[in-house]
Design a binder for this molecule. Structure first.
Ligand code: NAP
Length: 248
């Protein structure tokens, strides 16, 4: 296939599952991470041992200069980008809005929303046919929590992810004629390490109480939707959403 994809937050969880799946389908994967270099390197080694192609690159997506350096590195060392998975995301301890401090909102919004927007900007600048690129595809990660707004848990996170959904629709229409498709995946409760930072590492085990399919999802199940949206099979799909949420 010889196509290159950048996966932000690819060192763990849904991003790592996406890196494994996309590499097995022939994509050359660039695995971004912010701090866990060892996890990223181990994953890249695992992919290479399985016959795939993978590289790693550190960058905090909330830091615009770091994102610019990451894309410069990709241009120089990795090769032309055909796809972006805007997956890096964070939550914060569950609480009501009235208890939250503004520093938390800056962290949530700059990582989830501004990071997604900045990476999308850099990817479009490279992929747009209007700018000499070859076209491409972007998948943004939202959450099924945008439906409820996550009351009592993380309304700030849900609000940032809702903005990502609006960004998906607008950007998809903006760059459709430039050969770039933009779609979004909305995971439900997925069994990853993210829940520890929400203050409930065992949250996935409680899925039975409120998920119609009676279990938490696996990162690989979300990766399947991401891979389809990036694939040629989704060539007429843009500005669309796939819920991978067990019926929530
Ligand atoms: P995770 O297991 O906590 O992994 C997070 C990944 O993002 C790690 O690779 C981490 O890198 C990276 N990351 C965090 N902050 C970053 C930053 N500032 N810059 C660059 N990379 C950063 O998360 P996950 O559960 O797989 O979630 C992936 C995406 O799905 C997120 O957007 C999340 O909001 C969304 N989502 C998850 C669930 C769920 O139930 N798990 C549900 C709905 C939506 P390091 O390894 O270096 O820390």
């Amino acid at each position: 296939m010889n196509k290159n994809v950048l996966i932000t937050g690819g060192s763990r969880g849904i991003g790592a599952a996406s890196a494994r799946l996309l590499a097995s389908q022939g994509w050359r994967v660039c695995i971004n991470y912010v701090s866990q270099a060892q996890a990223a390197e181990q994953l890249a080694d695992e992919i290479r041992r399985s016959g795939g192609q993978a590289a790693t690159v550190a960058a905090n997506v909330a830091d615009t200069d770091a994102v610019l350096r990451m894309f410069d590195w990709i241009d120089r060392e990795f090769g032309p980008l055909h796809a972006l998975v805007n997956n890096a995301g964070v939550i914060a301890p569950m609480m009501r809005l009235e208890e939250m401090e503004p520093a938390r909102w800056s962290h949530i919004i700059s990582t989830n929303l501004l990071g997604t927007m900045m990476c999308a900007r850099e990817a479009v600048r490279r992929m747009s046919t209007a700018r000499g690129g070859a076209g491409g595809a972007i998948v943004n990660l939202s959450t099924a929590l945008t439906r409820s707004g996550a009351p009592g848990m993380y309304v700030d996170y849900a609000a940032a992810k809702s903005a990502i959904e609006t960004l998906t629709v607008g950007l998809a229409r903006e760059v459709a004629r430039d050969g770039v498709r933009v779609n979004c995946v909305r995971p439900g409760l997925i069994d990853t390490e993210i829940h520890a930072s929400g203050g409930d590492a065992q949250r996935a085990a409680k899925a039975k109480d409120f998920v119609p399919l009676q279990r938490a999802g696996q990162a690989q199940e979300v990766a399947q939707a991401i891979a389809w949206l990036l694939s040629e099979q989704a060539s007429y799909t843009t500005g669309s959403f796939i819920d991978v949420a067990g019926g929530v």
